[in-house]
Design a binder for this molecule. Structure first.
Ligand code: PEP
Ligand code: MN
Length: 337
């Protein structure tokens, strides 16, 4: 339930209503703008009598929220959320580009790629240090050493780093070392992990599970936000369908749907969606056209010898060309790059 207050209501009248709602067992989520003042009620609202609230002269109206996600709901927060990562923005009019290899392999590799993508205009560096691989015999990432190499690449280029957290025991290290904590598709419903990142104040990039509905993705965001961390960036990375020509099926309609129902920024990962390097350019352009707030693209200097996901990685030269095209396109969709 959302109480829409009269924007001119006195502070003490607002406090009175909030106190009353809390005493009836509800948690409060307040949202204030130039011309609005909303008091969102979360949790058990069964003890609240709507007609009593409506009797209050400072209340303009009541909105009943049907969706199970509250803090992630646009009704609770009419303005778009813009996540600030050390001065770089994700959301609003900005179009963020996160690029880099699937996994960190060596100093030369990660620093070289970071320098190349920076020159092309990427705003964040990605790279897995702890990798969620389908096979236990595949390369599992360099672990702590990978994280050190990412830090080195950040030092050399100034690009903030985005990397995946797989287990709660590494959270302290991630909070200290990383700029954006990535939660991968396979962990989208690892609720303990979600709650742990929710207790930090680090921006979280939450990827859609490969068989997750949009509502399940938003509920996963709600897990993070309900612990206090509202810096959540969603990522559409393709879902499982019967189609076999692509690794996953990029659900482009998820972007406008999420934008309609949520205030959170949403980016697209065309690399994991397609699973094929030659599809990355078309899907990136489609993502920008459909209203995404950014992209996460796998870039590798030597895809044929990559330790992970070489088949879907583009080379730095191609990335540069793609960035040029996107910059031109961005002008037509009111995005800044
Ligand atoms: C990744 O970004 O490296 C990754 C493993 O992606 P996803 O979780 O979407 O499969
Ligand atoms: Mn990958």
């Amino acid at each position: 339930m959302i109480i829409v207050m009269n924007p001119n209501a006195a502070e003490e009248d607002i406090e009175k209503i909030k106190r009353k709602m809390k005493s009836l067992g509800s948690e409060i989520h307040e949202s204030k703008g130039k011309n609005y003042h909303l008091i969102g009620l979360i949790g058990d609202t069964s003890g609240i009598d709507p007609s009593q609230i409506q009797a209050n002269r400072n209340v303009e109206k009541l909105i009943f929220v049907q969706e199970p996600y509250k803090k992630a709901n646009r009704l609770f927060h009419p303005e778009k959320t813009v996540v600030d990562v050390n001065g770089r923005k994700i959301g609003g009019n900005e179009f963020a580009v996160i690029a880099g290899p699937c996994s960190v392999e060596s100093e030369e590799q990660i620093v070289g790629i970071a320098e190349d993508i920076k020159e092309s205009g990427a705003t964040f560096l990605r790279g897995g240090a702890y990798k969620p691989r389908t096979s236990p015999y595949s390369f599992q990432g360099l672990g702590d050493e990978g994280l050190e190499l990412l830090k080195l690449a950040r030092e050399k280029t100034g690009l903030p780093i985005v990397t995946e957290l797989m287990t709660p025991d590494k959270i302290g290290k991630f909070v200290e070392d990383v700029d954006v904590i990535q939660i991968g598709a396979r962990n989208m419903q690892n609720f303990d992990l979600l709650k742990e990142v929710g207790k930090t104040d680090k921006p979280v990039l939450l990827k859609r599970g490969m068989s997750a509905t949009i509502e399940e993705l938003l509920m996963a965001a709600e897990y993070i936000m309900s612990e206090g961390n509202e810096k959540v960036i969603l990522c559409e990375r393709g879902i499982r369908t019967f189609e076999k020509y692509t690794r996953n099926t990029l659900d482009l309609s998820a972007i406008p749907v999420i934008k309609k129902y949520s205030h959170l920024p949403v980016i697209v990962d065309p690399s994991h969606a397609a699973g094929l390097w030659w599809l990355v350019e078309s899907l990136s352009k489609a993502a920008l056209a459909v209203g995404a707030d950014g992209l996460m693209i796998e870039v590798h200097n030597d895809p044929a010898n990559a330790k992970c996901d070489g088949q879907q990685s583009i080379k730095p030269e191609r990335f540069k060309e793609l960035m040029g095209t996107l910059k031109e396109m961005a002008k037509f969709v009111n995005k800044e790059m």
